[in-house]
Design a protein around this ligand. Structure first.
Ligand SMILES: C[S@@+](CC[C@H](N)C(=O)[O-])C[C@H]1O[C@@H](n2cnc3c(N)ncnc32)[C@H](O)[C@@H]1O
Length: 287
């Protein structure tokens, strides 16, 4: 890697972007919904709380607890109420490191995340690409691809992908974030332009024919065996020599790990897997 110093202003901008995308700097002000009916403080009141709960519900009052857990946010182990990403500071820092490395090393190609939720990781990728544009040999030409159903995960297809048995997150409303919301999240940071492109639909439909020529960074975050394998088969061959493949769910979902291990073995990929935190890993492509 080139050891040219990083301009201070870029460093400060990217630090701030990461801290804001995870809401790490606003943790004390964050409100977390509490289910009134299950609120443990009610038991201490030693009274029939139902009439009170009824009044509160009818008046649209929500009970919230102030403050997030900084350790969990650091490690990406909670569902943040407002942050644009759930991956946490540690894995975001790894994305930053990979993107800045491909820029400094002049590795050709676009950047993509498959499985974006509210879009935070791709917003970070775009922010870094823009901040480094004048120092990047491919500055001005890198596209950030944002691939998702924008409607949550598919139901597991156990016949074709038995490893996904028991991993049905398809009804989880929290994971369904529509494309308009993700676009407006980019716009909040003034990072929505025609070099951010959205691939909307199931990976099996959108990725094989996506008009992507080369990738410098491929980040997988689709949880399932099927979602991980679909993304690897369609996109890993497009990763440039010296580019990165990042896998969010390697440590947390056995199905994902199995897809990665099988793909690497079938394609003789021996580049070492580097562990990032309790779940994230990456490897650097050697062609
Ligand atoms: C855990 S979330 C991703 C978290 C995100 N990377 C972040 O920064 O917070 C998983 C995402 O993958 C998407 N997804 C999973 N499998 C998919 C598939 N086969 N096709 C399209 N989208 C998929 C879901 O819609 C969801 O947005």
């Amino acid at each position: 890697m080139s050891d040219s110093p990083q301009p201070a202003a870029i460093g400060h901008y990217v630090d701030l972007l990461m801290a804001n995308l995870t809401r790490s700097i606003f943790l004390g002000e964050e409100s977390h919904d509490v289910n009134i009916a299950e609120w443990e403080g009610l038991a201490d009141l030693e009274m029939d709380a139902e009439p009170l709960l009824d009044v509160l519900r009818r008046s649209g009052v929500r009970l919230t607890r102030l403050g997030g857990d900084s350790e969990r946010r650091q490690m990406g182990q909670d569902f943040p109420p407002a942050a644009e990403t759930m991956v946490g500071q540690k894995r975001l820092a790894e994305v930053r490191n990979c993107v800045e490395t491909v820029i400094k090393d002049g590795i050709e190609g676009d950047l993509i995340e498959t499985g974006v939720w509210r879009g935070g990781v791709t917003i970070l990728m775009k922010g870094i690409v823009e901040a480094w544009a004048d120092l990047d040999p491919y500055g001005g030409s890198r596209t950030v691809w944002v691939a998702d159903s924008f409607d949550g995960l598919p139901a597991p297809n156990i016949e074709s992908y038995p490893a996904d048995a028991g991993l049905d997150l398809s009804e989880m409303a929290l994971l369904k974030v529509d494309v308009a919301t993700v676009k407006s999240n980019f716009a909040r940071y003034n990072l929505l332009d025609d070099r951010v492109r959205f691939l909307e639909g199931w990976f099996s439909d959108t990725l094989p024919d996506a008009p992507i020529d080369k990738l410098a960074v491929l980040r997988l975050d689709g949880d399932l065996y099927e979602s991980t394998m679909d993304a690897l088969v369609a996109l890993e061959p497009k990763v440039s020599d010296g580019g990165f493949v990042i896998v969010d769910d390697y440590g947390s979902w056995e199905a994902c790990r199995k897809a990665v291990d099988e793909y690497r073995e079938a394609n003789n990929i021996t580049a070492p897997i580097e562990q990032v935190d309790w779940t994230g890993v990456h490897w650097r492509t050697q062609r």
